[in-house]
Ligand binder design. Structure first.
Ligand code: FCB
Length: 467
């Protein structure tokens, strides 16, 4: 018998116990679940426009109704309480609380989030609020979107509005979710809203998202109680060269710069990587980075959120068509990692999560980490008895939580884990065709059914670790 199978005194049945106080959560995002797209003064975001543009989202799906969470807050919070979640990560829809992205807040929009937060607090669940999970007000996109510097200032104003309204009751705040996707899927590859294919514009967008984070962090600190936590969520890639040959290694270096260091370096070192600037010289001279920006971006945060799904394997090669990797198109190709895949086609490999965690421990040892998203899509369906059996998701979650546990044993300071996602939802360009929820949603009736994975996760939480 190995020591990992010994019962732990604090958690009699947990062989992989997590420390007391570890946060066990689930995550969602506004546009993916709320619906009520035109209610109570909300105006369109870039995702409303994009999803209503034929050919952009699978099956023509939109977030108009989504999981109807806007009208089902109490039911959904009750579900969270039944599962025993300690925390819930959600995002605020910018055009719901500040239509058009300028001017005063809309009271009804703020009231919705106040109700959600109060219901959570009433059940003892800690709200973790993200300000931007990709739903830029369309009017700001029409004025130039993230490639334009002004958008960063608009974002700081919006952060201040939300902080003034909810700062007395939300203990943990996140500025942006995955700025990589917002910049590069949205403005370079064009597979996410707003669907532009402008490689240089995407690099400007990345910088303005970084700046927006810094400016918003300052705005939040000014208005929030001292003990409030301020964070940012990235999706650091575990980049692996196909071989250790120099060309494949160079491909990995380029992708590491565009996926990871373009965000980590300004945040934690106050600089942009020199190799990134050199690799993209034909696209831009980076003069959009103005004096003082890097100091603004590198303000301290309380923890870094990271989202992880699958590793990234690259080799020397070329990419045809619009690419999410400005400047790397003629140097890199992406190679499927070996092994089983999820319904997204994403290889299941928890070692990538371990790799990202230990890298961050080495590079930013003083910054606590939170897994703000991890999970998997599978072809789930309710059986004739109304049950949803999803053993693959349980296996995915088990292996990834195991990787987190192992990393913590190696000195990585991980404070919490949020499963993506609480509910089946609008999976961006894939619409409703991909189900990530631990709770099944029948989108015709809006009926919620916890899948086997939800019951399994509830047991993990109750036990304080893996069995
Ligand atoms: C992440 C997003 C989240 C969800 C998952 C599957 O990149 O942050 O909204 O779509 O992927």
């Amino acid at each position: 018998m190995t020591t990992t199978h010994q019962p732990h005194p604090a958690h009699p049945t947990a062989s992989a116990p997590f420390p007391p106080g570890f946060r066990w959560g689930a995550a969602t995002a506004a546009y993916q679940i709320e619906g009520a797209a035109a209610e109570d003064g909300r105006t369109p975001s870039i995702w409303d426009t994009f999803s209503h543009t034929p050919g952009r989202v699978r099956n023509g799906d939109t977030g108009d109704t989504a999981a109807d969470h806007y009208h089902r807050v109490s039911e959904d919070v009750a579900l969270m309480a039944e599962l025993g979640l300690t925390d819930y990560r959600f995002s605020v829809s910018w055009p719901r609380v500040q239509p058009t992205g300028r001017g005063p807040a809309v009271q009804k929009g703020l009231d919705f989030y106040r109700r959600l937060v109060d219901e959570l607090l009433g059940k003892g669940i800690r709200p973790v609020l993200t300000l931007y999970h990709w739903d830029l007000p369309q009017e700001l996109e029409d004025a130039g979107g993230w490639p334009v510097r002004e958008t960063a200032y608009r974002f700081a104003d919006y952060a201040a509005l939300v902080a003034a309204a909810l700062g007395d009751r939300v203990p943990a705040w996140g500025t942006l979710n995955e700025p990589w996707c917002a910049a590069f899927l949205g403005y370079a590859e064009g597979v996410h809203a707003p669907g532009r294919t402008d490689a240089a514009g995407a690099l400007r967008a990345a910088h303005h998202l970084n700046l927006a984070h810094g400016l918003a962090t300052a705005a939040l600190r000014d208005r929030l109680p001292q003990e409030a936590e301020v964070s940012l969520t990235l999706n650091p890639a575990a980049v692996r060269p196909l071989t250790d040959g120099p060309q494949d290694q160079d491909a990995a270096r380029r992708i590491d710069a565009l996926a990871n260091r373009i965000f980590l370096d300004p945040l934690f070192s106050g600089s942009y990587p020199e190799d990134l600037v050199a690799d993209t010289r034909e696209l831009t001279d980076w003069s959009f980075v103005r004096a003082g920006d890097l100091a603004e971006i590198s303000r301290p945060i309380d923890w870094l959120g990271l989202n992880y799904y699958t590793p990234t394997v690259v080799a020397a090669g070329e990419h045809d068509g619009p690419s999410a990797w400005p400047g790397a198109e003629r140097h890199v190709r992406f190679v499927p990692a070996p092994g089983p895949v999820t319904a997204m086609g994403w290889p299941v490999d928890a070692s990538g999560l371990h790799e990202v965690l230990t890298r961050l421990r080495d590079e930013i040892p003083d910054v606590p980490l939170v897994i703000t998203e991890n999970g998997a899509a599978y072809e789930d369906y309710a059986d004739p008895g109304g049950e949803v059996h999803d053993p693959e998701r349980v296996a995915y979650l088990r292996s990834h939580l195991g990787a987190v546990h192992a990393a913590m044993g190696e000195g990585v300071d991980v404070r919490g884990y949020f499963l993506w996602s609480l509910l089946d939802n609008f999976e961006w360009a894939f619409g409703y065709s991909k189900r990530f929820g631990m709770v099944h949603v029948d989108f015709a009736s809006q009926r919620r059914t916890p899948k086997d994975s939800a019951r399994w996760y509830a047991e993990v939480i109750a036990r304080g670790g893996l069995a």
